[in-house]
Design a binder for this molecule. Structure first.
Ligand code: FNR
Length: 370
């Protein structure tokens, strides 16, 4: 039955491979360099084993978590992913709608094809966060933050691991960078400050606008002190995404940010970097009492969610699985992927002998002997 949707992550990925051309498929599925970190993000989960507890009455369960004074129904969020127009014509609006239907926070990427206002527009009151790429032009950065506040986003996620694109061999082989063909620039081309820097509007001279985008997108000159600029421009909670070193986690605390997302960008930036799950415990140890620590990278099944939360993550972000759902079946595909992950998480929680997320801790984990 060709209309039957996949269940396993592996089958979603295989079906996405069938429907996408090489360029877009490998843009999503690929990583930096030899993809060692991308693979280790998954393998590191197998290095922890769950030791379930019995006879704990798990009849009534609740997956809710509290973050920054707000209740969320579950510890899952959609990771920020740009240029979703290359995956499905519904793009970010389809993913955002799927999130809203399940009340799973959607983190809108700066590099989206559809604008943050359009994304917010299809989500109603559902929870949404905005991911900020810090533009070289500080006024563009400030404008993005203002727009995010005005359109109802609940938090700002600053991604720190992408001051430039990494060496991605699959994209180099396919000569594929979606931004250069005008995808993923929706927030920029509609931004009043960005537009004011151009000789002609992007609608009249797209090539020039893309050129200006390439010159200003990445900001390798950023330092910790720049975070103070952001703090002055918003009262929303600020999370730093891409922290891997416990000393950076401590610096985040010193600079007054509100949360951390342990991430290596899905293995797409530093090949050979520590896996997200391996990076998590030392960071929780360093700052977990003071700051919520979230993580992403390699979350594929309920057991992965349970392991990450047991090691101290307050919530986890899901990246590629949603994109394979999007490729295969648009909004319905993303919805199915997330709904299945929620169900798997709930069942696994119960089978581990827990009725709430707060009960999870390292006592149900054992480092693998294998
Ligand atoms: C990403 N990621 C990402 N992160 C971010 O902060 N802003 C962005 O625009 C993007 N864009 C993006 C595109 C694609 C195609 C992928 C696969 C990833 C990284 C993403 O938020 C997240 O960190 C990883 O995807 C998590 O790993 P998994 O779940 O894909 O293993």
């Amino acid at each position: 039955d060709p209309d039957r949707l996949p269940v396993s992550y592996e089958e979603w990925e295989a079906r996405a491979r069938e429907v996408l051309e090489d360029g877009p498929f490998y843009y999503v599925a690929g990583g930096a360099g030899g993809e060692e970190t991308m693979k280790d993000n998954l393998q590191s989960f197998t290095r922890w084993k769950i030791v379930p507890r019995m006879l704990k009455n798990v009849e009534n369960r609740d997956l809710n978590v509290e973050l920054f004074g707000k209740r969320y129904d579950s510890p899952l969020l959609q990771a920020p992913i740009g240029v979703q127009s290359i995956i499905h014509e519904g793009g970010e609006l389809a993913s955002a709608r799927a999130s809203a239907a399940l009340n799973i926070p959607y983190i809108a990427s700066s590099a989206s094809t559809r604008t943050m206002e359009e994304v917010a527009g299809v989500m109603g009151e559902a929870p949404k966060w905005f991911q900020l790429y810090w533009n070289k032009d500080p006024e563009v950065t400030a404008s993005f933050v203002r727009r995010a506040e005005a359109s109802g986003y609940d938090a700002i996620v600053v991604t720190l691991d992408t001051p430039m694109m990494a060496w991605r061999e699959k994209d180099l082989k396919n000569v594929y960078l979606p931004f250069l063909i005008g995808e993923g620039v929706g927030n920029y081309f509609t931004d009043p400050v960005f537009r004011s820097r151009l000789g002609a509007p992007p609608e009249e001279d797209p090539a020039q606008a893309v050129m200006h985008w390439t010159k200003t997108f990445g900001n390798p000159g950023l330092t910790w002190e720049h975070l103070l600029f952001l703090r002055e421009h918003t009262d929303l909670p600020i999370l730093l995404k891409g922290i891997l070193h416990p000393d950076d986690a401590k610096k985040a605390l010193d600079f007054g940010v509100d949360g951390i997302i342990v991430s290596n960008h899905g293995g797409r930036q530093v090949d050979g970097a520590v896996s997200s799950l391996d990076a998590l415990p030392p960071i929780v140890e360093a700052v977990g009492k003071e700051l919520p620590v979230l993580m992403d990278g390699g979350i594929r099944r309920g057991a992965d969610v349970i392991k990450a939360l047991s090691l101290g993550a307050k919530a986890v972000l899901v990246g590629r699985p949603c994109m394979y759902g999007l490729a295969v079946a648009g909004e319905q595909g993303v919805h199915e992927v997330l709904r299945n992950l929620l169900a798997d998480t709930d069942i696994t929680l119960a089978l581990c002998g827990c009725s709430s997320i707060a009960e999870l801790n390292e006592s149900i984990l054992q480092a693998s002997k294998g």
